[in-house]
Design a protein around this ligand. Structure first.
Ligand SMILES: O=P(O)(O)OC[C@H]1O[C@](O)(CO)[C@@H](O)[C@@H]1O
Length: 247
């Protein structure tokens, strides 16, 4: 069965960050042992800044939290400036009282990827599953590194990145040649098992992807459209990323 994700449109990217951070903070306050799914990319950065602020100003307590990140580039060491582990340290973990032992990011340098991804899935299950999963969206509708064509029941696995994603992410690297071509990503099936999903999109470059995800066919051609098969999804977008077409 498909449903419409709730769409919350607010004036600015800062308002998106405020609302999402408040929602996450409320969930942590009511359950300090929350299992949170985290995302990288530019979309969640402002939300992480608000969470850090809430930790400093209102003593938001991260000490019992468990986190699982969506993805990681294959081949990058955890301390590589563009690795997603490094991103998470810089953008959130180094600034709050989280126990790093309870933070999980796929290991881009693991020697046995099959074994690693199976263990990643098991670790999520052992933690009791993800309560809230935070997502960004690529301009081609990808979620995590699930590119168009990814199956609705896909699990954590190795994937190849599309040229579009490589070009989009090259802004973080010295050159496009430095962007890894493969990654480990949670699957769409893995993401769909979260109790609640929050997708963040800001800026007009995301408007078409949000339109396709919310109003287009539910299809692996737009991985984010598959979220419409989940019963608790909210898209938080600023005005410029809101869909510009009618259903
Ligand atoms: O938030 P950004 O930087 O626009 O990226 C969008 C999406 O692309 C990725 O960075 C992967 O390419 C995702 O992690 C993210 O959700």
């Amino acid at each position: 069965m498909t449903s419409s994700p709730r769409l919350t449109v607010v004036p600015s990217a800062g308002d998106v960050a405020d609302q999402v951070a408040r929602r996450i903070a409320a969930a942590i306050t009511s359950n300090p042992k929350l299992v949170l799914g985290l995302a990288t990319g530019s979309s969640p950065v402002a939300t992480y800044q608000r969470l850090i602020q809430l930790h400093r100003d209102e003593a938001l307590d991260f000490s019992q939290l468990t986190t699982f990140n969506l993805d990681e580039y294959i081949g990058l060491a955890s301390d590589h400036p563009q690795s997603f582990r490094h991103f998470m340290q810089q953008q959130l973990f180094d600034h709050v009282n989280i126990d790093l032992a309870n933070t999980h990011v796929p290991d881009g340098q693991c020697l046995d990827i099959e074994k690693h991804v199976a263990e990643y899935e098991s670790a999520i299950a052992t933690a009791g599953g993800i309560a809230i999963q935070l997502l960004g969206i690529g301009s081609n509708g990808h979620i995590a590194f699930n590119e168009p064509g990814s199956a609705a029941d896909s699990r954590t696995r190795q994937v190849s990145l599309t040229g579009q994603t490589i070009r989009a992410n090259s802004r973080f690297f010295d050159s496009v040649d430095d962007v890894p071509r493969t990654a480990i990503t949670m699957g769409i099936g893995t993401i769909m098992e979260a109790d609640q999903i929050i997708l963040i999109a800001t800026g007009d470059v995301k408007a078409d992807a949000i339109g396709d995800a919310m109003l287009g066919p539910v299809s692996p051609d737009c991985p984010a459209s598959l979220l419409r098969m989940h019963n608790d999804v909210t898209f938080f977008v600023d005005e410029s990323a809101s869909p510009k077409r009618d259903a």
